[in-house]
Unconditional design. Structure first.
Ligand SMILES: Cc1cc2nc3c(=O)[nH]c(=O)nc-3n(C[C@H](O)[C@H](O)[C@H](O)COP(=O)(O)OP(=O)(O)OC[C@H]3O[C@@H](n4cnc5c(N)ncnc54)[C@H](O)[C@@H]3O)c2cc1C
Length: 293
């Protein structure tokens, strides 16, 4: 069976881009697949990049990666598409696309990163709708009393950005995230509630039922609800998934290597994604291709 490229790469963030660049350097062709019109992934959202020498922000590095890929001639093709599932067999890998077609390669790098979690994706929240992230909300859109679902770091940024916002924020967070809310603990606008579970009903005002970390129960009414739950790995169906939802390389089929933010909770940086993508391509090269050429 003919293949579309030696290497199929799912996700064109820094990990996927460096997998393609590195594959080309050892003579492997790659097909880089991403729904975005241009490569770069999360780099496009980084307004200030202090820890990656030579680039003041994410978009400038994303543009450089795009130019680099364009210069790889026939070694790398970019396909604007969404992968819905991957599959690996004895000799080939296949990526199934959202339009119902599929592409075939010898080996595959999965580098789909992480995504902002929705309230419906976390087990401790019960609600019938997905609420807006606090990071995308201005004080004008919040009522006097707001429930914040989750204690992730964007809350601190929001409070610093809106220093004059006179809003009461009740922040429900799982006990394991207590270390994340320390930076907002002294803000008088914030009430912190470590919880086991939260149920939201109504359409505004909202009725809230809380099971606190100490098992006590509480009911309240709020004007607005926003999320601040953090990120979850964008695991592709067909990959081996760990108990934390991430997809470590060591657990995958030998023809598949994961790279970047998708592969582990720790070390999510541009530099580690870049190195991880390059390493993924070389791992597959040494595992399969070197014998073939
Ligand atoms: C706001 C913000 C600021 C940050 N600031 C910094 C910083 O200053 N320094 C730093 O080192 N790190 C920073 N990071 C982290 C850094 O951006 C990530 O560690 C890095 O981008 C991870 O690269 P990646 O290639 O693994 O994933 P990503 O860059 O997230 O790329 C994943 C790609 O996969 C694609 N994808 C997802 N699902 C599919 C699918 N089903 N089919 C096909 N493609 C798919 C996505 O469209 C995306 O393009 C920041 C992150 C954020 C969100």
């Amino acid at each position: 069976m003919t293949h579309d490229a030696h290497l199929i790469i799912v996700g064109a963030g820094p990990a996927g881009c460096l997998a393609a660049t590195t594959a080309a350097s050892v003579g492997m062709t790659s097909l880089l697949i991403d729904p975005a019109p241009a490569p770069g992934g999360t780099l496009w959202r980084i307004g200030h990049l202090a820890n990656w020498p030579g680039f003041p922000d994410g978009p400038s590095y994303a543009r450089a990666l795009g130019e680099n890929l364009a210069g790889l001639d026939n070694y790398c093709s970019y396909l604007q598409a969404t992968v819905v599932r991957v599959e690996a067999g004895a000799d080939l890998v296949r990526a199934f696309l959202a339009d119902g077609t599929s592409v075939i390669g010898e080996v595959l790098v999965a580098a789909t990163g992480v995504h902002t979690a929705k309230s419906s994706e976390v087990p401790w929240v019960a609600c019938s709708e997905d609420f807006t992230e606090i990071a995308r909300t201005s004080p004008a859109h919040l009522g006097p009393r707001t429930l914040v679902l989750g204690g992730d770091r964007p809350l601190g940024t929001w409070l610093r950005t809106h220093r004059d916002a006179d809003r009461k924020l009740t922040v429900c967070h799982p006990i394991r995230d207590t270390y994340k809310v320390e930076e907002v603990r002294s803000d008088p606008r914030v009430e912190l509630l470590p919880v086991q579970a939260v149920a939201v009903s109504g359409t505004g005002p909202f009725q809230i039922e809380i099971v606190r970390a100490d098992n006590s129960q509480e009911a309240m009414e709020v004007d607005s609800v926003v999320t601040n739950i953090g990120t979850l790995p964008t695991a592709l169906p067909g990959l081996a998934v760990g108990t934390d939802g991430f997809c470590p390389s060591a657990s995958q089929h030998p023809r598949i290597v994961t790279a970047g933010d998708l592969s582990a909770r720790d070390g999510q940086r541009v530099s580690t994604a870049t190195g991880g993508g390059a390493n993924a391509a070389l791992t597959l090269y040494y595992r399969f291709r070197r014998q073939a050429v």
